[in-house]
Ligand binder design. Structure first.
Ligand code: PEP
Ligand code: MG
Length: 576
């Protein structure tokens, strides 16, 4: 049995065959092919080649019609290159002899071509090298599609393995087919990780060199609590794993039986527990009566799943469905938060040297104001007669809030002029993610109706440690005294201004941290649905005075280790 230790990202236990994927066109991982799968692999390569040729022919036709036969000739040349039996034989030989996947074999061919021709003098020869390798990139893309179609048309439920934990990987397969996810790289609070927790799929990251050790279809046991992955577990390990899985399921069952009881402390203080959702599909994973509403609707996933920007009507229908499903409970709709690692395939932005510090969130929608207009119109129409709230991501200044209010007013005015029904008062709140906001909060808070802390981003900016970068994963420590004090400050300022304050970052899904947040004065938290029951249970077993004492103890800590220890003690008390 081989046990690999990584970083636990999403709790739960999964035991299933692994399926290795390439999650983004840029990455080409290598994995091993068992002897008896070589023929299937060669067949996969053949299908991908046929697809690539068909794609090139289609492009040739389009370009010929649009700009003329001459411009289209290059695609014909590319098709001829793909018909070269010598190159194909090399790729087939690599698959057979090295027993590696087609992607890696094609990549090896491309490298060889580039190296051989790249050594020759002259830019025209180097261009020729690029021309020779270019068509094989179509084969790489086709392999990804063929792989996905083959898997999606089967019945198997799998654990996905990939180089990186991206939102694309988390949506690679229908949810019911996905039992677990393991990746070589990826931060615990990356957007891919956020989705894993939200879907309730066990996930472990930080497993360098993993893919090279996997064979397609190999049995894996993923422990999303301890951050372990077992490759080909022995029978005894499988038995132990299944026993643990049953014990975990029993605990989840006990908690879910009392999940309907409100989160009221032993001294009668009500703490709000809301849910973070990404789509209407999330409604299958929780009972709305067990929550206090949606604290964060990440609308960007609606945009990510589409081939183009969703129209106002499309958005209206979706937001309306979310509000209807919540049946009178508040829904906090966050305006489009793209940029960083959430990139829309149809909204190409130039590569940025530092995307986390770049063009993202409200910075985009205030520049492309039509995006904001359309979304706010759709939201306002959907919110007629229902408790809608709007939340603005990545706010860093009063000017941004004021400009949003102006767009909001114009969206409302245009709807009224067109005879639509809209609410007079729709609360508008800001996310606290940019550290500068901590120092100006007294002023900013006067311009909004509520605040919600996005700790996933706040932590990365406060500690200057990228949430997606495995090399600084150890520095990305939410249980840092600076983070704890920043949170206490937000609660203090918001309470003084009598503005409701929440935390919707994933830090809040830890029951001990939720109690800390209650102790410093937050009104609510918003977490992925499968953490709701546990947090409510923790709140019901605690008095407000206990929560304040925990908060004081945490705030007295001046290093990460003491914060972690203090919270771990609180967690242990909750388990006892
Ligand atoms: C956050 O940053 O904590 C947050 C809730 O937003 P996201 O994770 O979608 O960036
Ligand atoms: Mg964020």
């Amino acid at each position: 049995m081989r046990l690999v230790q990584g970083t636990a990202v999403s709790p739960g236990l999964a035991l299933a065959p692994v399926h290795v994927v390439r999650a983004s066109p840029a990455e080409v991982p290598t994995w091993s092919i068992p002897e008896d799968e070589v023929v299937r692999e060669l067949d996969r390569l053949k299908r991908a080649l046929d697809e690539a040729r068909a794609e090139l022919a289609a492009r040739q036709r389009v370009v010929a019609t649009e700009t003329g036969e001459k411009d289209a000739e290059i695609f014909g040349v590319h098709r001829m290159i793909l018909s070269d039996p010598g190159a194909l034989a090399q790729v087939q030989r690599t698959i057979r002899e090295e027993r590696i996947n087609s992607e890696a074999a094609v990549q090896a061919l491309v490298r060889r071509m580039e190296q051989t021709l790249g050594k020759l003098e002259g830019s025209s020869v180097r261009n020729y090298a690029a021309d020779l390798s270019e068509p094989w990139r179509y084969v790489l893309d086709a392999l990804m599609r063929v792989e996905r179609e083959t898997l999606a048309s089967g019945e198997t439920r799998v654990i996905l393995a990939a180089a990186e934990l991206t939102p694309a990987l988390m949506t690679y397969l229908p949810r019911e087919r996905l039992l677990g996810v393991v990746t070589e790289a990826g931060g615990r609070f990356s957007h891919g990780a956020v989705l894993a927790r939200s879907f309730g799929i066990p996930c472990v990251v930080g497993l360098p060199q993993l893919l090279g050790r996997l064979e397609q279809g190999m049995l894996l046991a993923v422990d999303g609590e301890r951050g372990h992955v077992q490759l080909r577990p022995a029978e005894a390990d499988v038995r132990e794993f299944e026993e643990r899985r049953e014990r975990r399921a029993a605990r989840v069952e006990v908690l879910s039986r009392v999940a309907g009881e409100p989160a009221v402390t032993t001294d009668g203080h009500r703490f709000g527990v809301q849910v973070n959702i990404e789509s209407v599909r999330d409604f299958d994973t929780f009972d709305r009566r067990h929550t206090d509403g949606v604290g964060l609707l990440r609308t960007e996933f609606l945009y990510l799943e589409r081939p183009q920007f969703p129209s106002e009507d499309e958005q209206f229908r979706l937001y309306r469905r979310v509000l209807e499903r919540m049946d009178g409970q508040p829904v906090t709709l966050r305006t489009l938060d793209i940029g960083g690692d959430k990139r829309l395939p149809y909204f190409k932005t130039p590569p940025e040297p530092n995307p986390a510090l770049g063009w993202r969130g409200i910075r985009i929608t205030l520049q492309w104001q039509d995006l904001m207009q359309v979304q706010l119109r759709a939201a306002l129409r959907a919110g007629a007669g229902r408790p809608l709230r709007i939340l603005l991501p990545m706010v860093s200044s009063i000017e941004e809030i004021e400009l949003t209010h102006r767009i909001f007013d114009s969206a409302r005015a245009s709807l009224v002029a067109q005879g639509h029904d809209v609410e007079r008062e729709v609360p508008v709140g800001m996310m606290i993610e940019v550290p500068s906001v901590l120092f100006t909060l007294e002023h900013l808070v006067k311009h909004v109706d509520f605040v919600s802390v996005g700790t996933n981003d706040l932590v990365q900016y406060l500690l200057a440690a990228d949430r997606d970068n495995p090399w600084v994963a150890r520095l990305y420590e939410p249980q840092h005294p600076a983070v704890m004090r920043a949170l206490a400050h937000v609660a203090r300022v918001s309470n003084a201004a009598r503005k409701p304050c929440a935390v919707c970052g994933d830090i809040a899904d830890d029951p001990a941290i939720a109690l800390f947040l209650l102790g410093v004065g937050f009104d609510s938290v918003s977490v992925a649905p499968n953490f709701v029951a546990e947090i409510k249970y923790a709140v019901r077993r605690t008095s407000r005075a206990d929560a304040r004492a925990l908060a004081d103890a945490v705030l007295a800590c001046d290093d990460c280790e003491s914060v972690r220890r203090t919270l771990a003690d609180a967690r242990a008390r909750l388990q006892s």
